[in-house]
Ligand binder design. Structure first.
Ligand SMILES: CCCCCCCCCC/C=C\CC(=O)SCCNC(=O)CCNC(=O)[C@H](O)C(C)(C)COP(=O)(O)OP(=O)(O)OC[C@H]1O[C@@H](n2cnc3c(N)ncnc32)[C@H](O)[C@@H]1OP(=O)(O)O
Length: 392
């Protein structure tokens, strides 16, 4: 039977078959037992996990050997058999350190990681430790703390309108959140708006292939973007801090809970913009709130207050704006303490039988929108907004 840490490594760490993965996890498991003076060492271990580029087997063997020496002292394991190539290489690297003192091995490990971090591009998405903050995003603030990954839309001066970069960054953040060790994921907005929806200047940058190519690429992007929400495996919660427009509203039907400030409003002015529903709302909204109520929103562009959206089932609960943040985050922190696997599995059983249908709806909505974006109705509405805002 393999040692417990190794079996855990195989379960928790998909890359555990790589040479360096086992000691990384082993240290992780031992971290509570470590003294504060080993913080640099622990940070270095975390830093290794963030390296985007593979440093190569030679370096990984060095890291492995230094790790073993730093934590266990000189190698006293029997030499692996001649055909056990990987373990033989690991054993050789460790054994070659002879009687190097543990402290020196630890220092050498930290130095080696530090030289790697400056020479190889490292992922800036996650900082070491349990409180992790993103630094690599232009349009988002992503933090991970108390078992919650918070993805905050961060273009407050544009009311958190989603430009093309933000679509890509949200997809990236969701993919990272689906794999990190947080229990739940939250989407919220910075500033007075949750989001004003699609950035209408997305329509202005026409490629050499013309508007047809733009519309085609837009539909591909939108389909992939919405697909990330359909497939997101952990509880996904919207903290709607202010007004929400367009795609930021329609996506709410794919969230597992929606908490709203009483300042929030919910507006999908698709017909006004010559457009049509997306985010699977043509399917989720009639189910959530009845076809007639969904029509009022999605076809006639009726704007709902938070209270109305709650009464229609789109919003889970509304809080007074003055206590919104405090009350919601207290609640979310309590949720995040629940067993993560149980939450994930329960979400799966609630959502999975709809997944195929949702992907089909998404594909159809994107295809219809692609046509809409080429219509005079849509062009005129966008031109009208942009000229009102002196952007043309
Ligand atoms: C064909 C290629 C497509 C590529 C993209 C692919 C994926 C797209 C899929 C999604 C499709 C559609 C879904 C939708 O979301 S439709 C809804 C679109 N949103 C809107 O119509 C809202 C437009 N904005 C407003 O009506 C108002 O700005 C507001 C939100 C009601 C706020 O009004 P305000 O008076 O309080 O503030 P205002 O001065 O207008 O705004 C401050 C600055 O923010 C800019 N801004 C706000 N919203 C947007 C936006 N949606 N797009 C671009 N810019 C926006 C506004 O211009 C101001 O900027 P500035 O200070 O003048 O520089």
């Amino acid at each position: 039977m393999a040692p417990l840490a190794w079996r855990l490594a195989q379960r928790w760490c998909p890359s555990s078959l790589q040479v360096i993965s086992f000691p990384v996890l082993q240290l992780h498991l031992n971290r509570t037992a470590m003294r504060a003076s080993q913080k640099d060492f622990e940070n270095a271990m975390n830093q290794v996990k963030l390296l985007k580029k593979d440093p190569g087997n030679e370096v990984k063997l060095k890291l492995y050997a230094l790790y073993k020496q730093a934590t266990e002292g000189p190698c006293n394991m029997p030499k692996p058999g001649v055909f056990d190539l990987i373990n033989k290489a690991k054993w050789g690297a460790w054994n070659a350190l002879g009687s190097l003192p543990k402290e020196t091995a630890r220092q050498n490990y930290v130095d080696l990681v530090s030289s790697l971090s400056s020479s190889l591009e490292s992922s800036s998405q996650v900082e070491p430790g349990t409180d992790r903050k993103s630094t690599g995003y232009e349009t988002l603030m992503v933090t991970s703390e108390d078992g919650i990954t918070k993805i905050m839309l961060n273009r407050p001066t544009k009311k958190n309108a989603l430009n093309v970069e933000m679509y890509h960054e949200i997809m990236h953040a969701l993919k990272a959140a689906s794999k990190d060790d947080s229990a739940i994921t939250v989407l919220t907005g910075n500033g007075d708006y949750y989001s004003s929806g699609n950035d209408l200047t997305n329509f202005t940058d026409i490629p050499p292939g013309g508007v047809e190519e733009k519309a085609k690429n837009g539909a591909i992007l939108l389909r992939e973007f919405v697909g990330c929400f359909i497939d997101f495996p952990k509880p996904l919660i919207a903290v709607v801090n202010g007004p929400a427009v367009g795609i930021s509203v329609t996506l709410l039907g794919l969230f597992d809970a929606v908490y709203a400030s009483d300042r929030a409003t919910f507006h999908t002015p698709f017909s006004h913009l010559g457009q049509s529903p997306e985010g699977c709302s043509s399917y989720t909204f009639p189910k959530i709130m009845s076809p007639a109520k969904a029509t009022e929103m999605l076809v006639f562009g009726k704007k709902l207050t938070a209270g109305e959206a709650c009464a229609q089932g789109l919003v889970t609960e509304v809080f007074p704006d003055s206590t919104f943040q405090k009350e919601v985050w207290t609640r979310l922190k309590a949720f995040a303490k629940l067993p993560p696997n149980a939450m994930r599995i329960s979400k799966e059983i609630i959502r999975n039988r709809e997944k195929e249908k949702l992907h089909a709806v998404n594909a159809e909505e994107c295809s219809v929108l692609q046509g809409r974006w080429l219509s005079d109705e849509c062009m005129n509405a966008v031109v009208s907004f942009l000229s009102r805002k002196s952007k043309l």
